[in-house]
Write a protein that binds this ligand. Structure first.
Ligand code: SF4
Length: 255
C-alpha cells in the first residue's frame, strides 16, 4: 500500500524526530525537576525525594511509550498500548515533531507524509476488519475534473461515469465492494459526512495537510490515508492510484 522504497525513509524521519522529541522532553523534565527540587527543599526537606520519584516514574513511562512506538513502527505489528500509541502520536508527539523538524529545516509536508505513513502502519498493525457498509471512502473535491458540471459533492452518484477523472473508477470500486463513498469540499463537510455515515474506518484520499488534520480531527476513528497525485499543482485536477484504494479496501474488508 506504500511503495516499498518509501517506507524506510518515512520510518527514519519519524523515528529520528521522535527520538529528538524524547530527548527534549527529558531535558525539560530534568530542568523542571532541578528547579522544583531546589524550591521544594525550602518547604519540606522530604519533598524533593517525592518529586524525584515522580520524575523517575515519568521518565520510565515516557521511555516505555517511545520504545513501544519505535518497536511497533519497526516491526509493523502492535506491541503495548497499540491504540493509545496512535493517540499519543497524533495529539502529543506530532505537534512537537513538526516544531523540531522545522528547526532542523525539514519541510512540513515531509514530516506530515512520514506521520501519515506511520499512522497507516499503526492501523494496519491492529488487524482491523470492518463490514463493507461501515467503511467510508472519503475523497477531496479536487479529484473531480475542474470543467465537469456534475454536482458530485451533494451526491457522488451524480457522476456520469465518463472516465475523464478517477471519480468514476472510485464510484465503481465502492459499488463493487459495497462501501460508502463521499466527496468533501473541506473539513466542515468532512466532519458532517463522518457524523452522518458513522463509519468504523475511513479510507481518506487527500494531500499531506488535509490528511494530517483529518486524522487528527477524527481520532479515535481510524483513518487510513492515501496521498493524492497533483500533476497540475495543489487542489486542481488531482488524481489517485485507484489500485492503492482497492488494496486498502481488501485489506480491511470483513470476510
Ligand atoms: S468521471 Fe466524468 S462525470 Fe464523473 S466526475 Fe469525473 S469528469 Fe465528471
Amino acid at each position: 500500500m506504500v511503495a516499498p522504497e518509501e517506507l524506510p525513509s518515512r520510518k527514519r524521519i519519524f523515528i529520528g524526530l521522535l527520538l529528538l522529541t524524547f530527548i527534549l522532553l527529558l531535558v525539560l523534565v530534568g530542568i523542571l525537576g532541578w528547579v522544583g527540587t531546589v524550591g521544594l527543599r525550602q518547604l519540606n526537606p522530604d519533598l524533593p525525594l517525592v518529586f524525584q520519584l515522580l520524575a523517575g516514574a515519568f521518565f520510565l513511562l515516557l521511555t516505555g511509550i517511545v520504545a513501544s512506538l519505535i518497536l511497533t513502527v519497526m516491526r509493523g505489528r502492535e506491541f503495548f498500548f497499540g491504540r493509545k500509541l496512535r493517540g499519543l502520536t497524533i495529539k502529543v508527539f506530532l505537534p512537537m515533531m513538526i516544531v523540531i523538524g522545522r528547526l532542523l529545516g525539514i519541510p512540513r509536508d515531509t514530516i506530515k507524509k512520514s506521520f501519515i505513513g506511520i499512522n497507516n502502519q499503526l492501523i494496519l498493525s491492529r488487524q482491523l476488519k470492518v463490514p463493507a457498509a461501515r467503511i467510508l471512502i472519503l475523497l477531496p473535491h479536487c479529484l473531480q475534473l475542474a470543467d465537469c458540471q456534475q454536482k458530485i459533492t451533494t451526491n457522488i452518484e451524480n457522476c456520469r461515469g465518463c472516465g475523464r477523472c478517477t471519480i468514476s473508477d472510485l464510484v465503481e470500486l465502492a459499488r463493487r465492494y459495497g462501501t460508502r463513498i463521499a466527496v468533501a469540499t473541506g473539513g466542515t463537510l468532512a466532519r458532517k459526512i463522518v457524523k452522518d455515515y458513522r463509519p468504523r474506518l475511513i479510507i481518506a484520499v487527500a494531500c499531506e495537510r488535509d490528511l494530517t488534520s483529518g486524522i487528527h480531527d477524527t481520532y479515535p476513528l481510524p483513518v487510513f490515508g492515501i496521498l493524492n497525485r497533483r500533476p497540475h499543482g495543489p487542489c486542481w485536477n488531482t488524481s489517485v492510484d485507484v489500485q492503492q484504494v482497492e488494496e486498502a479496501i481488501r485489506h480491511f474488508l470483513q470476510a
